[in-house]
Every structure is written in C-alpha cells, then in structure tokens.
Design a protein around this ligand. Structure first.
Ligand code: AP5
Length: 226
C-alpha cells in the first residue's frame, strides 16, 4: 500500500506518470485538476466557483480544494493507497493532508518531484491534447494518438485545455513558483522528497519513479520490522 505525491510545475508530467503508475501498480490516480474539470463539466456549485480561478491560472482557494479532496480520499478505492497529482499545492494543503493522514494512523510514503526547465514546459503545454472523457494525455509531436485528434482508449475527440493560452500558462508557472515550490523544502525537511530529471523521456522517467517508489516501500517495510 503506497501513498505517493507527484510534485512539479505545470507540464512536468505528473498526470502522465500517475496514469502509468495506475496501470502498472494498480495505484489509483487522483488528480485535483481532473476532479475540478469534472465539476466544471457537470456545472456543480464547486465547478462554478472554481472556474474563474482556473481560467486565469490562479489556484482555487484552499477551503474549496480541501473539502473536495477530503471527500475523494474517503472513497473505497483510496483506502489502499493512491498517487496524488496536483494536490497538495500549498503548504496549508500539505499540512491539512498530514493531519488527516495522522488522524487515521497513516502517512505519505514518498513525494516525487519532477524537475523540468521552463522552455521544455512551454513546448509540452502548447502541444498537449487531452481526452475530456477518460483524461488520457497526448502530445501532438512526442506522444500523438494513433488517429489524429481521437483518443486511443475511448474514441472521444481530443481537446486542448482552456488554461493553455500563453498568458494563462505564464501565470500558472509564476503561481507554481510562488505558492507550490515551498513544498519542496516542506517535504525535504520530512525526508520524503525524491527528485527526478523529468526531461529524459516518459519511459525512463517512469523507471526512475518506480525505483524511487520501490526504495520508499522498502524503507517503510524496514521501519515496520524495527
Ligand atoms: P492541474 O490540472 O493540476 O494542472 P498542472 O499542475 O498545471 O499540471 P498539468 O496537468 O498542466 O501538467 P502535468 O504535470 O500533469 O503534465 P502532463 O502529464 O499533462 O491544475 C489546473 C488548475 O486547477 C490549476 O491552475 C488550479 O487553478 C486548479 N487546481 C488544481 N489542483 C489544485 C490545488 N490542489 N489547489 C488549488 N488549485 C488547484 O504532461 C504535459 C505534456 O508533456 C503532455 O503533452 C505529455 O504528453 C508531455 N510529457 C509528459 N512527460 C513527458 C516526458 N517525460 N517527455 C516528453 N513529453 C512528456
């Protein structure tokens, strides 16, 4: 049972890696951005409140996110571990997650930081296409679908996300630097952080992520023995 957080700037490959981990190790992929986009598509109260923040590339306020994630993390499929993608994203969110886990006698096993330079992030985000139905992720040059603009998994028409406009992407990167980067220090000081070069190709990144997760699970097993 593993509880993993994937950390990294927009476009660093969090969703790509979490989805691959879900397929390989049967660890549910829980992405706050996907949950929010589903609320927007369903026109829920949360979706209507979150949308203006997302359209600008700002963070959705912590109270909305914390309620949404608390509800998601008590669902049955999350009881045997998960990979979190996009959450936590502020120190307040990280503290809240720690407290919830502690109350249940649980804790995080590993925080994986995907390091990617800004010019590569801009290239990736401008060419990304996603499936609005099953959330599969593609890139027009480096990870194209078999049939142009059609999802390999469910056959839906691929789309470009609303927050992919250049000025919004610039704001998302700045917001990441200001509000999410402090989490690197937060998790480093708790000895949970594993830093990985996120530029080396999807399969090699996955191998490194799997190795870091394996090391963390051995460490947890060792602590249980002592
Ligand atoms: P969210 O949906 O979480 O977006 P993000 O963090 O900005 O990250 P992305 O989904 O853009 O990128 P990714 O790292 O998953 O990369 P991907 O795998 O797709 O958040 C959106 C918005 O929701 C936020 O701005 C905020 O408003 C709100 N929000 C969400 N969570 C929140 C929270 N906790 N608190 C407050 N607000 C919140 O890959 C990108 C591209 O690169 C793809 O095309 C992929 O094919 C390609 N690629 C991936 N890996 C590689 C590789 N190794 N080599 C080459 N190409 C690669």
């Amino acid at each position: 049972m593993m509880r993993i957080v994937l950390l990294g700037p927009p476009g660093s490959g969090k969703g790509t890696q979490a989805s691959a981990l879900q397929q390989r190790r049967a660890i549910p992929h829980i992405a706050s951005g996907d949950l929010l986009r589903a609320h927007i598509a369903d026109n829920t109260d949360l979706g209507r409140r979150a949308r203006p923040f997302m359209d600008r590339g700002d963070l959705v306020p912590d109270d909305l996110i914390l309620d949404m994630m608390a509800a998601r993390l008590v669902e049955p499929d999350a009881q045997n571990g998960y990979t979190l993608d996009g959450f936590p994203r502020t120190v307040a969110q990280a503290r809240d997650l720690d407290q919830r886990l502690q109350a249940l006698g649980h804790r995080l096993d590993a925080v994986i930081y995907l390091r990617v330079p800004e010019d590569e992030l801009l290239r990736r985000l401008s060419g990304r296409r996603i499936c609005p139905n099953c959330n599969a992720i593609y890139h027009v040059d480096t990870m194209p679908p078999n049939q142009k603009d059609i999802c390999d998994h469910c056959g839906s028409a691929l789309i470009q996300r609303q927050d992919e406009r250049p000025e919004v992407v610039r704001n998302r990167l700045q917001v990441y630097a200001e509000q999410t980067e402090p989490l690197l220090e937060y998790y480093q000081s708790r000895r949970l952080l594993h830093e990985i070069d996120g530029t080396i190709g999807v399969d090699r990144v996955l191998a490194e992520v799997a190795e870091a997760v394996g090391r963390a699970s051995q460490q947890v097993a060792g602590e249980h023995r002592t």
